[in-house]
Design a protein around this ligand. Structure first.
Ligand code: COA
Ligand code: AMP
Length: 627
């Protein structure tokens, strides 16, 4: 089938299209319907079907004779260690860890928070939850105790799985004190914690609450796979919204399994036995979809890398790993390649390695800027595929589909919508606009399998935040346009979310933390362009009347505040005191124009502005201190 045929079938007859895709999954009980609506009136895939995602990712392959094939390769330059797991070995570890969780009282439907660095035990914990039908919620290691606590309170986990420490380049980060503090400040206390002791820094265990991973595994009884409904949740992954409270994106089992398997072929052109490497972290959606679930569901070998693209030990890290394991598809954020380019502008390190197995490089997580595209393309001489998606969808909304019929590459475009996604550009009233006209990128319902059916514990937020703006559409929060060939151009977020080094962050949340400082009356946090990280937050701060502070000192305190309340990952490093903030007559801060000014872009004073003179004043202040 051509791209056009497949795409049209998926849009005109989604039931037939996704019914065919579901045939390729080994269900315990076949679905009764392909597409139906749940009690909330939300489209759901494969209702009545029963399956187990961990079975499909592991046991199934062993049964098919792939037990000795490598399932996971752990490569950790930060600890100078490597380890491999065959499908049989990984199945065994996961079954035993599921036994550990079961012995701690975890049952189908219970939540388990996983706060782990990039060690294989993180994947083992996730898959063990899936095996029991429990719902995992992985929290990225770069978040501070407060952020972890917010997620614990929302997910109300029975058990938390964590580790004594994580390693950042050459710095050990003690995870356990962060975990202890988070539990201390949360109201939903877990009944137990399973802690993986790492030799780089061990930790004390809390008696009666903490269980040692290794000891528990030594005596664990393997647990069987619990059948779950297709529509039962597999995981909750929190992502930044426009307010301080993160949103728990819910992923179901059935639609997810089908979408993961399909996308591994469609987008990444991966077949059984191929080696796939998503150089991300299990704390992000890329880690869930393309480090853990999709490669295993597709019978591939996944590379689990605990390191950075640079400084672990050098800018040849990507190429070394690609050679060593025969990586066929490499997926990373553009920022990672910008970091490599900065340290190795001529890409001389790549020439030292045999990259003959590497077929394609995939990028997502943030806009792929043309200079980065050109640099990688010129030096690596492989197709570079930009694809666009979000935590909410779990897989590519649009991309160049390497396993179907790759299209011509157009600079700045993420290529064409993936089958299943009826992508439309809407104007402010919700009417589709013509080709080449900019607007809000929306997806006409139904969303394809794998996309979120709700926000954990807050269905209204799902409806109001995503479905309520335009009747019959899911709004992505990104703006852009489709050209005459239906190629999609993504121009950036239309809300207060920024992308820093491929990490999605809420400026609203940072504003809440900055505004909490006793000297601050009001503030705006905006994304300022960064050559390395794409964007970095910049705080514009208005002091309370009569407050007299040293600006450098205040900046240090604000940086520390964001670091300790949100985490180092926010990369909040710059704050500037301003005399006024531009506002509308009704008192709303005009962040868009602030962004334009901070990035040296042309701007027009909005007609709603209260005091236009304030803009020149801000421009002058930022020119002096904001760079
Ligand atoms: N645990 C604890 N701290 C973490 C962390 C983790 N898992 N991940 C990042 N941090 C810390 C970093 O150490 C850094 O701390 P610092 O301010 O004390 O130096 C801070 O959070 C910011 O991290 P980051 O923005 O990643 O910057 P960096 O300078 O450490 O690395 C890159 C820059 C470009 C090498 C790195 O961001 C990278 O590899 N990015 C790829 C992005 C990615 O995988 N995105 C996922 C979507 S595909
Ligand atoms: P996350 O949910 O963390 O994956 O972030 C999703 C957001 O990242 C999207 O809504 C976009 O704003 C941005 N994004 C992801 N991939 C791309 C891409 N290929 N091009 C442009 N922006 C992207």
């Amino acid at each position: 089938m051509s791209y056009k045929e497949q795409y049209e079938l998926s849009i005109n007859n989604p039931t037939e299209f996704w019914g065919q895709q579901a045939e390729r999954v080994e269900w315990f009980k076949k679905p009764e319907t392909v597409l139906s609506q749940d009690d909330n009136g939300i489209d759901r895939w494969y209702a009545g079907g029963e399956l187990n995602t961990a079975y499909l990712a592991l046991d199934y392959h062993v049964e098919q004779g792939r037990g000795d094939q490598l399932a996971l390769i752990y490569d950790s330059p930060v600890t100078d260690s490597k380890k491999t797991y065959t499908y049989s070995q990984l199945t065994d570890e996961v079954a035993r860890f599921a036994g550990v969780l079961a012995s701690q009282g975890v049952e189908k439907g219970d939540r388990v928070v996983v706060y782990m660095p990039m060690v294989p035990e993180a994947a083992i914990a996730m898959l063990a939850c899936a095996r029991l039908g429990a719902v995992h919620s992985v929290v990225f290691g770069g978040f501070a105790a407060n952020e972890l606590a917010v997620r614990i309170d929302d997910a109300a986990p029975k058990v938390i799985v964590s580790s004594s420490c994580g390693i950042e380049i050459n710095r050990v980060i003690a995870y356990k004190p962060i975990l202890d503090e988070a539990i201390e400040i949360s109201t939903q206390k877990p009944s137990s914690c399973v802690i993986l002791q790492r030799e780089q820094q061990t930790c004390d265990l809390v008696e009666g609450r903490d269980v040692d991973w290794t000891e528990a595994m030594a005596s664990a009884e393997p647990a069987a796979c619990t059948p779950v409904q297709s529509t039962d949740p597999l995981y909750v992954l929190y992502t930044s919204g426009t307010t301080g409270k993160p949103k728990g994106v819910v992923r179901d089992n059935g639609g997810h399994a089908v979408a993961m398997k399909y996308s591994m072929e469609l987008v990444y052109d991966m077949e059984i036995g191929d080696v796939f490497w998503a150089a991300s972290d299990v704390g992000w959606v890329v880690g869930h979809s393309y480090i853990v679930y999709a490669p295993l569901l597709a019978g591939c070998t996944t590379v689990f890398y605990e390191g950075k693209p640079v400084r672990t030990p050098d800018a040849g890290a990507f190429w070394r790993v690609c050679e060593e394991y025969g990586v066929k598809g490499l997926f990373a954020a553009p920022t990672a390649f910008r970091a490599v380019r900065k340290e190795d502008p001529e890409c001389s390190m790549a020439a030292k390695y045999d990259l003959s197995k590497l077929k394609t490089i995939f990028m997502a997580g943030e806009r792929l800027d043309p200079p980065t595209y050109d640099w990688v393309s010129e030096h690596i001489q492989r197709p570079i595929v930009d694809h666009w998606w979000q935590t909410e969808t779990g897989w590519a909304i649009a991309g160049n589909h390497m396993g179907l019929e790759p299209g011509e590459v157009k600079a700045g475009s993420v290529t064409r919508p993936s089958p299943g996604y009826n992508v439309q550009i809407l104007d402010s009233k919700g009417s589709p606009v013509g080709a080449n006209e900019q607007g809000s990128i929306a997806i006409k319902l139904p969303l394809p399998p794998g996309c979120l059916p709700t926000v954990w514990g807050d269905h209204d937020r799902f409806v109001n935040g995503y479905l309520g703006t335009y009747d019959g559409y899911y709004v992505t929060g990104d703006g852009g346009y489709l050209d005459d060939d239906n190629y999609l151009f993504v121009l950036g977020r239309t809300d207060d979310i920024i992308n820093v080094a491929g990490h999605r962050l809420s400026t609203g949340e940072m504003e809440e933390v900055v505004a909490g400082h006793s000297a601050v009356a009001e503030c705006a946090v905006i994304g300022q362009k960064s050559d390395l990280k794409g964007e970095e937050p910049l705080g514009l701060v208005l002091l309370k009347d009569g407050v007299d502070v040293d600006e450098e000192e205040l900046k240090k305190e604000l940086v520390q505040r964001v670091r300790s309340q949100i985490g180092a990952v926010a990369s909040f490093k710059n704050a500037v005191v301003v005399q006024r903030l531009p506002k509308t007559r009704s008192g709303k801060i005009l962040r868009k124009v602030l962004r334009n000014i901070a990035n040296g872009e042309e701007y027009v004073a909005p007609s709603t502005i209260d005091d236009p003179a304030c803009l020149a004043e801000i421009e002058e202040t930022l020119n002096k201190k904001g760079k």
